[in-house]
Ligand binder design. Structure first.
Ligand SMILES: [Zn+2]
Length: 504
């Protein structure tokens, strides 16, 4: 006896349809799953057996072979429980095969036969739509996420028994309906809340406008975290395409919580004790790491030198390529990782170097060791370096509010539009993405700009990479001003925002 059902898995961020073939033959009783199942899928045998029995159906005491096709794709996770159970019920004649045609089944089963949600539902349903499936069956907790893929018929029975009774037409299943999402919490952070800090705020604006990475150095209490958090209030809103992409990432990571497509740009701030897999992605059951959860948004690393150097070094590749490559035993895939890096650090281990009110107790050796924890190549990938000092008493008590996030966001949006138009021939969006070729074609320096840059280059002994970074930042500064050519003023500001921490 043979039957076929359909399930889905995710690989990287994309969903893949899996054909579940079930063959039951009269041999010595056994239960085998073949077709490159990972450990969690092998465990599915025990869950499926118990779920079928405890739902009041017969688990066939014959030789059962389940084949998962295509065989070359490694199947991870527990979402194939449901199509395997349905396939066994069909192959053993307890469910007519016509009843499961055109249906895609996704879900884990509890031993009692309850349906449980699995990560990556949105990607799987989108893959199902592409393959022409009409009906989708999953756990109640997964339905709202699945309904984000419009034009689908979603059913969300609580138990296997409820599903089977529905498929048999005894108690018809009712399609899930979209719940009105709770209103988005009002954004309460605003740049205007930050008193003083004009240079740091300007650096944030430039970082947001050109998608440049930023390092803030300053003593504890200088407001580095408060500043960093406000960058999302000045970044342009995500496009529909970006929002769907980010939602898929959170779905695959099992972090999808709301009923709406994620609209706010991500802001991730992992602690320095994070593991390599936590930051970059991977693990036994591969999951996106923080660099991918920050995709289209911001990755904030506070206390940068406290991160293990090995963890920081692996950041170089995604910072350069804007994707991370995850290597598996028999496959490799990429996750997107296009984020703005904002890093913060103290000037020295005690934090008070250069502070007029506190004495620094560190030795020169300690300061050097502390700063050397951040490698030159990583530092080289950070376009903007600024010092942040603790606000003065007069700044804290000033009654004048600074510029609001909305006003700064307008300038950022204007600068982004200019970049998008100019870089469209190369399918780039922001100045930070430019390579030499685009810089040569789109970054004209006026005469004074040129001579100032030559002077700076010769006196500061800049590396070629630093030279490029200064031009890119100057290009963004000119875009914020709406000026086609880069002037000496723009170059001067870009140089001042590359106040590289001493490496000697
Ligand atoms: Zn110190």
């Amino acid at each position: 006896m043979f039957a076929q059902s359909y399930g889905a898995v995710t690989f990287g961020l994309s969903g893949h349809i899996i054909t579940v073939e079930v063959d039951i033959s009269t041999h010595v009783p056994s239960f085998d799953i073949v077709g490159l199942p990972a450990a969690a899928v092998k465990e599915s045998k025990e869950r499926v057996r118990s779920a079928i029995k405890n739902s009041g159906y017969r688990f066939p005491v014959y030789r059962i072979t389940v084949n998962l096709a295509p065989a070359d794709l490694r199947k991870e996770g527990s979402g194939l429980d449901l199509p395997i159970a349905v396939g066994i019920l069909a192959a053993s004649g307890q469910l007519p095969e016509e009843a499961i045609q055109g249906c895609l089944f996704v879900g884990e089963l509890s031993l009692r036969g309850e349906l449980r949600p699995v990560p990556g539902i949105l990607s799987m349903v989108l893959a199902g739509k592409e393959a022409g499936f009409r009906k989708y069956i999953m756990a109640p907790d997964a339905a709202q996420e699945a309904l984000l893929a419009e034009g689908t018929e979603i059913y969300d029975p609580r138990t296997l028994a409820e599903l089977v009774e529905g498929l048999l037409g005894r108690t018809p299943l009712v399609p899930a309906v979209r719940k009105e999402p709770a209103p988005a919490p009002e954004e309460t952070n605003d740049l205007a809340d930050v008193q003083g800090q004009l240079i740091a705020k300007r650096a944030l604006e430039i970082a947001a406008a050109g998608a440049h990475n930023l390092l803030m150095t300053g003593p504890p209490g200088s407001g580095k975290t408060m500043l960093a958090r406000r960058i999302t209030t000045i970044l342009p809103p995500m496009t529909d395409e970006e929002a769907l992409e980010v939602t898929k990432i959170y779905s695959v990571a099992g972090l999808f919580k709301t009923e709406r497509i994620l609209r706010d740009r991500p802001f991730r701030s992992p602690h320095h004790t994070i593991s390599m897999a936590g930051l970059i992605g991977g693990g036994t059951v591969p999951r996106p790491g923080e660099v991918t959860l920050a995709h289209r948004g911001v990755l904030f690393l506070d206390e940068l030198p406290e991160f293990p150097r090995s963890v920081l070094e692996v950041l170089r590749q995604p910072l350069e390529d804007r994707v991370v490559r995850i290597a598996r035993a028999n496959a490799a895939f990429t996750y997107p990782a296009d984020f703005i890096l904002i890093a913060a650090m103290n000037p020295c281990p005690c934090g008070y170097l250069g502070d007029p009110d506190h004495e620094c107790t560190c030795t020169d050796g300690e300061i050097q060791r502390y700063r050397r924890k951040i490698s030159g190549p990583l530092l080289d990938r950070i376009d903007l370096h600024v010092s942040v000092s603790r606000p003065k008493y007069s700044e804290l008590t000033a009654s004048v509010r600074g510029e609001s996030s909305a006003d700064v966001a307008d300038r950022v949006a204007g600068a982004r539009r200019l970049q998008q138009e100019r870089l469209a021939p190369w399918h780039m969006h922001t100045n930070s993405e430019m390579s030499r070729r685009q810089m040569q074609e789109t970054c004209p320096l006026d005469r004074e700009g040129n001579s100032l840059l030559r002077q700076v280059f010769e006196t500061l002994h800049l590396s070629a990479r630093s030279y490029d970074r200064i031009i890119k930042v100057a290009r963004t500064i000119a875009d914020l001003a709406g000026t086609p050519a880069i002037t000496a003023e723009h170059i001067a500001e870009a140089v001042s925002l590359r106040n590289m921490i001493s490496r000697k």
